[in-house]
Design a protein around this ligand. Structure first.
Ligand SMILES: Cc1cc2nc3c(=O)[nH]c(=O)nc-3n(C[C@H](O)[C@H](O)[C@H](O)COP(=O)(O)OP(=O)(O)OC[C@H]3O[C@@H](n4cnc5c(N)ncnc54)[C@H](O)[C@@H]3O)c2cc1C
Length: 468
């Protein structure tokens, strides 16, 4: 796509001298995503500072049928934020103000470009808590989090982003501003329009601000790293721990030995918390605001699980530094895999009780397709969501391995369907799964999605070629 000179001039004029870049060096980092899987191109990066500027930009794009790709922190993993055909790139990073925090209403209004870690800080300053927790939170923005309906480690307790949003401010494709920044918990006045834009990956409108739900800031944590007999034991333990603590588990993550070994081998300051290796581990955290007797409840449940042979060994963090060290292991899983060559990754979910059978069958399936492959499954077993990753066989050919991505994924996704699961639990569709999803959604469901897209973006200017 070549940008017409007069459109370029009008777009630059809409944002002023500081609001755009045509410098290839400055634009370059915005064109490649975290895994290096996608490379984009554009000659114009727009960096508006206000909702009004976003509105002017979209009005011009709509009038001139100019395609535009919204981008937040560029940590998306399915290529949704990348302009592939020279579309204008719209970075929301300068819309970075926390507009207000209201501890009595337990809400915050933050602009789209506020980095998630800053949202956390602003909440804590008001003695509140915003629970969305993902390893990319130092770069990912709240606009990107909403647009991908991000998940992360605390979904089990608090829900994914969809459940954490009270209102949104969105600029529609034609430039009109849809101000729905309400902080109401109850509002049954017709369609819940905000939910349309959450998880839409920038295809239905540009989110410029969000009203977020806050929670009491946890003060008591019990964090345990446990060697478990197998994934089935992990699911049983999850069930017992939920009952014992009245549903106060905020995270329950599974880790295979191979993944932990990669972290121990490559990540600084990573140490094995347990004396002997185990095939499977669980990292779990129970948290509460206030002095609840969590320690006794958690330790008693673990003790019984040891006696029943579900848990082989384990450690419960006794200090904050130890808690952080345990989380460091989990948060380094993706990073550590990079040191071991290429990896084929899936972000899938199945019902929680089906996870053990899915892992057994899925690993056997991929091992048959690629002998010697190294399975590195980990993630949010408490939500039935596994990052079902595979690293290239030791000393294997990286390029040849990655060339198998599509046929490995096809087999894995077919298995996911057998388990009534989802082929994208938290990362979205972007370009990566845009075509693949056609095998899993009915023609009627796709038709309703396309109808929404045509209605809200009739000229197909917003992130064309993504999702639908
Ligand atoms: C190390 C690592 C760990 C991760 N862990 C998790 C995890 O645990 N859970 C999880 O869910 N994800 C995870 N992710 C994926 C990613 O961080 C999330 O999808 C995140 O929400 C993306 O935010 P972003 O600001 O980087 O968005 P971007 O990558 O910039 O954009 C993502 C999508 O949103 C659209 N978009 C961005 N901003 C806007 C806006 N203001 N309005 C409209 N559309 C917009 C883009 O067009 C694109 O389609 C991880 C990524 C990395 C690199």
């Amino acid at each position: 796509m070549t940008l017409n000179d007069s459109v370029r001039a009008r777009l630059k004029d809409a944002v002023g001298a500081k609001g755009f870049s045509e410098d290839a060096n400055e634009i370059a980092p915005h064109l490649v995503e975290w895994r290096g899987k996608y490379q984009g191109q554009t000659s114009l990066l727009l960096k508006p500072r206000t909702t009004d500027e976003v509105s002017k930009i979209l009005a011009i794009c709509n009038e001139t049928a100019t395609a535009i790709v919204p981008q937040g922190g560029n940590t998306g993993l399915v290529g949704g934020q990348i302009p592939f055909y020279g579309e204008v790139l719209l970075s929301l990073s300068r819309l970075d103000r926390v507009r207000r925090v209201d501890p009595l209403d337990m809400s915050m209004v933050a602009e789209a470009g506020v980095v998630l870690a800053k949202v956390h800080e602003a909440a804590v300053e008001a003695d509140c808590f915003f629970p969305l927790s993902i390893a990319s939170e130092g770069s990912a923005t709240i606009g990107g989090n909403l647009s991908t309906n991000a998940g992360g480690v605390d979904v089990l307790r608090y829900g994914s982003t969809r459940a954490l949003v009270l209102g949104v401010e969105v600029v529609l494709a034609d430039g009109r501003v849809l101000d729905m920044l309400r902080t109401l918990r109850k509002d049954n006045t017709g369609y819940d329009l905000k939910q349309l834009f959450i998880g839409a990956e920038g295809t239905l409108g540009v989110i410029t601000a969000a009203a977020l739900r806050l929670f009491p800031n946890p003060t008591t944590y019990e964090t345990a790293f446990l060697a478990v007999r197998d994934p089935e034991a992990a699911v049983t333990l999850l069930h017992r721990l939920q009952r014992a603590t009245g549903g106060l588990i905020s995270a329950f993550e599974i880790i295979a030995r191979q993944g932990l070994q990669f972290v121990l081998d490559h990540i600084p300051n990573a140490t094995d918390p347990l004396a002997k290796p185990s095939s499977w581990y669980v990292l779990t955290e129970v948290a509460a605001a206030g002095e609840l007797p969590l320690k006794g409840l958690v330790e008693a449940t673990i003790q019984t699980a040891i006696e029943d042979g579900l848990v082989i060994d384990g450690v419960v963090a006794s200090r904050e530094a130890q808690r952080k060290a345990l989380w460091h292991l989990r948060e380094s899983m993706s990073e550590a895999q990079k040191f071991e060559g290429g990896s084929i990754k899936h972000d899938v979910s199945v019902p929680v009780d089906k996870i053990p059978a899915f892992l057994t069958q899925g690993i056997a399936l991929v091992e048959k397709l690629v002998p010697g492959v190294r399975p590195v499954p980990f993630g949010h077993i408490g939500d039935g969501n596994i990052h079902f990753n595979f690293s290239v066989p030791k000393d294997g050919d990286n390029k040849a391995f990655l060339a198998r991505w599509d046929d490995v994924s096809r087999a894995v996704h077919d298995l996911v369907r057998d388990f009534h699961g989802s082929i994208s639990a938290e990362h979205g569709l972007g370009v990566m799964k845009r075509d693949e999803i056609l095998r899993f959604k009915s023609e009627t469901e796709m038709d309703v999605m396309r109808t929404l897209k045509r209605t809200l973006d009739p000229k197909n200017i917003l992130n064309p070629g993504k999702v639908v």
